[in-house]
Design a protein around this ligand. Structure first.
Ligand code: SF4
Length: 83
């Protein structure tokens, strides 16, 4: 996979990983995950963040499309949290 700054997985060729993430998010209870509006807002902030490379947050090593789905998760950039 080519490195892509500020790219989400859904924008690059990573079908298997993205499918796996979507399946795991679908299995979360509604109490554990954010609604789609919040999810898209979070991803939009990641899209404008210098720490996002090829779908991975360089602050925590997570795929942001997975991390952003969890209600209890926060942006890991403690000095400049974006969500
Ligand atoms: S630091 Fe926060 S906003 Fe930036 S990519 Fe990571 S989770 Fe997203």
């Amino acid at each position: 996979m080519e490195e892509c700054k500020r790219c989400l997985l859904r924008e690059i060729d990573n079908g298997d990983i993205l499918e796996s993430i979507r399946t795991r998010i679908e299995k979360l209870s509604d109490n554990d995950k954010v609604d789609d509006k919040v999810y898209q807002e979070r991803l939009s902030k990641c899209k404008n963040c210098d720490h996002l490379i090829s779908g991975v947050c360089m602050k925590c090593g997570c795929y942001v499309e997975f991390r952003a789905a969890f209600r209890k998760q926060k942006c890991p950039d403690v000095k400049n949290r974006k969500w």
